[in-house]
Structures are given as C-alpha cells and as structure tokens.
Write a protein that binds this ligand. Structure first.
Ligand code: GDP
Length: 432
C-alpha cells in the first residue's frame, strides 16, 4: 500500500475511530489532514475509552508516527490539554509531529465564530463555536497565523500588530463589545509555541520520505463527506474539504500517495446541527437508533444527533467524490431487533424522481425520501456479535448480508469491513 485514506461518508460520527484504530496497527505513519478540534474520534481499547480531537488515532501505538498535517487548523490550548490527558494515562506522545504550515486557531476566531453565527440567521451552520471556520477564512484571506509563526516571536508579534486591529474593527462592525489585547495574545501564544516547538517540523518532508521508503501511511479523515465545504450540504457543514483528495493537499504529498480510499458508512444516518435531512426519522424508531446507537451524541459537541435511515443518494455522492476503493459499514448491531430496515434509494421533488444528491438547498429541504425495505436481523448481545464476527462474514444473518449487498451495489465498491459492536472483536475484515 502506498497510502490508505479512511474517511466518513456521511455527517461524521460514522465510527471511523474504530476502523482507523484497527488499520493504525498496521501503519507506520498516521496523518490528520484537515479539520480542527471540532472533530472527534472515539477509540475503545479494552475497557478504556479515548476521545481524540486533534491528535491522530495512532498516538496510542508508540511505534507509529503521528502527523498533524498542514491542512489541519490547530488550537494550541486544546492540543496541549489532549497531550496532558494522554500523559496522565501513561502515553508520552513522543510520536507526534505537527506541520509548521498548519494554521492556528486564535482567540479572536472564537469570538468571530459566535458573532457570525448569530448574524447568519437561517444560514447558521450550527458550528461548535471553536473558531475553526474563521481560522480557515484567515488562511484563505492570507492573514492567518501559522505554527511557524508561533516559533518565531518577532514574526508573531509583527503579524499580531497588523491582524489584531483588523479583527477588532471587524468585531466592532459586527456589534461585538469584545476588546482584543494584542500583547496578551502574543504572550499567551508565544508560550504555546515554546511548549509545542519540539513537535513542529516540515511534515511534508517526513510523509514523502516515508512514502519513498515504502512505509505504510494511513490518512485519517475527520468529519464526513456530507460536511465537505464543496460537496456537503453547504452551508451546513464544515470549513474544510473532507473528501479523499484533501489527504494529498493537507499533508503535502502528491495524489499518487493515495492507493486506497476506505469510506466508513454507518448502517443508518445521523447528524448534529441544522440543515436538510431527507431520510430523517422523528418516531419511535428514531429513539431506538439514538438510544441503542451507543449514545448518539456528538464526541466533541455532546449534542443529541438527529437520526434517520441510511441514505443511498448521499452515499452515491460520497462514493463518487472520494473514489472509494472499499467500504466499512459500522453499527449494524444497532438496527438489530427491528422487523424491517429501510434504505432511502432516491428522492422525489415536484413529482420528479431525483437519483443524484442535489446542490440546491430548496430542492433538498423539500425532497421526499423513496424507501426500499429490507427484512431485519436479530438483536444480539455484544459478545454474541463478537462470536459471530470471529466466524467470518458468511456467519452473519442472511438478511444483514442482503442489506450490505445493497449498500455495496449502490456505492459501486466492495465491503471491506463490517462492524457489529463497539469492541475490536466485533469486527470482520474482508480480504481485498
Ligand atoms: P467517529 O467520529 O466516526 O470515530 O465516530 P464516533 O467517535 O462518534 O464513534 C461512534 C461511537 O460508536 C463510538 O463510541 C464507537 O465505539 C461506537 N461504535 C463504532 N462502531 C460500532 C459498532 O459497530 N456498533 C456499535 N454499537 N458501536 C460502534
């Protein structure tokens, strides 16, 4: 393998953490290539639960190098807190490197995030308020602060003397009373620079050298394709590209570095935040999915997720824009016990059938789902699913396999991983 990209095909929270954790075992390098501390992965190792926001998921394996690529926006206090938590739990995190080109989330970004959200009205994206969007805005606006600036106090001071007054005027124009103190910001962030300096390097060189020497690289996606700033439900998504090609730009290596793209698909759909959701459920089945879904609450936001049936229209878009070579389906156990399981195969709008995911929000918000029904499968306990998983794919209920076949056919990619529980054991990996 040159590089494998693992990413979410829906709205995030697909269970990527578990799939990435498994693949990280075989990887020499794990790279985060986009997003910020607004992402979250949950990894369960034995009884220990780890929630990662900025550090890549291979951090628990000392022999694996973990890279925060240039495509990520870094919130230094959040990262330092995460490293401190890991240290307290016995993980030194010496195997971390951060790109000197990664942009920094500054305190004024958080204020800007909140006031912009307030002013956006119906276009409110429902952000986590962590300043990620404004940090990306500054990156593109070319007055962002980068990791390299944090390590160079005179450069940092220089930049802040220009940027902070601009931000102050912007916030005032927005009607905010927040007063920014450039000197205090400088002191705080130069301090973070000192503490993070040991991890900072030109990670593009590191990733390219690893590729050249035949090392195995795992590119770890955050969020999900339907939150992608180009292909997601714009503007109700995130500020970065989540699609597979971003792995190349966000880590500083050419696209031929990507050999495989594994799309993680939850057996149903869930999302936090606002925006159209054609296959959304509001009934007792919704409660079943939310409660049984291992607590369908966001890893970072803790907000209850909106849930619905699997949406193959969305998933076809995800398969296309990511160029998937394989699919990992998770949380099939959560659907256990339902007499029938549905899949949204198309939408209707103004009496027309829509097969491809529309860009037009007006169409999307009025689109009615067309469902295909599948027979359900039994509700088993975690250890029972684990025992079945050990026996392999053919031991799974026939009805579940029929459902998986329909997903694979719609997405035109083979099923590579099946997950029927939280534990590492409740997972089937199919050979290529
Ligand atoms: P991520 O951001 O895509 O990694 O998703 P989350 O961190 O929100 O993970 C989703 C949750 O689902 C975590 O608590 C996982 O342990 C759990 N999970 C992952 N796969 C499965 C599965 O197949 N079945 C069940 N019941 N839970 C799972």
């Amino acid at each position: 393998m040159p590089g494998v990209v693992v990413l979410g095909c829906q709205f995030g929270d697909e269970g990527k953490g578990k799939v990435i954790d498994y693949l990280a075992e075989r990887a020499d390098l794990v790279v985060r290539f986009h997003g910020g501390a607004n992402a979250g992965h949950t990894v369960l190792v034995g009884d220990e639960k780890y929630a990662f926001h900025l550090v890549p998921s291979g951090i628990l394996r000392p022999a694996t190098m973990n890279v925060i690529g240039n495509g990520v926006v870094v919130e230094p206090p959040a990262l330092l807190q995460e490293l401190e938590d890991l240290r307290k739990r016995g993980h030194a995190a010496e195997n971390l490197r951060i790109s000197d080109r990664a942009h920094i989330v500054m305190p004024y970004h958080k204020v800007q995030d909140r006031v912009e959200e307030d002013l956006k009205g119906r276009l409110k994206a429902g952000t986590t308020g962590r300043g990620i969007g404004p940090a990306y805005e500054d990156k593109v606006g070319r007055f962002g602060i980068r990791m390299a600036d944090l390590l160079d106090p005179s450069m940092l001071q220089d930049k802040l003397e220009t940027v902070v007054p601009i931000k102050q005027r912007l916030l005032q124009a927005y009607g905010s009373h927040e007063v920014l103190d450039a000197k205090a910001i400088f002191r705080e962030y130069a301090g973070y620079g000192e503490r993070l300096a040991r991890y900072v390097t030109d990670t593009s060189i590191l990733v390219e050298a690893a590729l050249r020497s035949g090392k195995r690289i795992l590119f770890e996606g955050a969020h999900g394709t339907l939150l992608d700033v180009d292909f997601g439900v714009y503007p109700f998504g995130v500020s970065s590209n989540c699609a597979a090609a971003m792995a190349s730009i966000g880590s500083g290596v050419g696209p031929q570095a990507i050999g495989e793209v594994i799309g993680v698909v939850k057996a149903f759909t869930s999302r936090v935040g606002t925006g159209p959701f054609p296959a959304e459920l509001q009934d007792a089945t919704a409660e079943h999915l939310r409660e049984r879904g291992g607590g369908e609450y966001g890893t970072t936001t803790h907000r209850p997720r909106r849930v619905g049936w699997i949406d193959l229209v969305m998933l076809r878009l995800a398969a296309r824009v990511n160029g998937l070579t394989g699919i990992a389906v998770t949380k099939l156990d959560v659907l256990g016990g339902l007499p029938t399981v549905k899949a949204c195969t198309a939408y209707t709008f103004a009496e027309e059938r829509i097969e491809e995911f529309p860009a037009d929000l007006r169409v999307l918000s009025k689109a009615r789902p067309v469902f295909e029904e599948f027979a359900g499968w039994p509700d088993l306990k975690e250890d029972e699913w684990g025992r079945l998983a050990r026996k392999g794919y053919d031991a799974l209920p026939e009805t579940m396999r029929a459902y998986l076949d329909a997903i694979s056919k719609a997405m035109r990619a083979p099923i590579r991983v099946v997950s029927v529980g939280q534990s590492r054991e409740a997972t089937i990996h199919l050979a290529t």
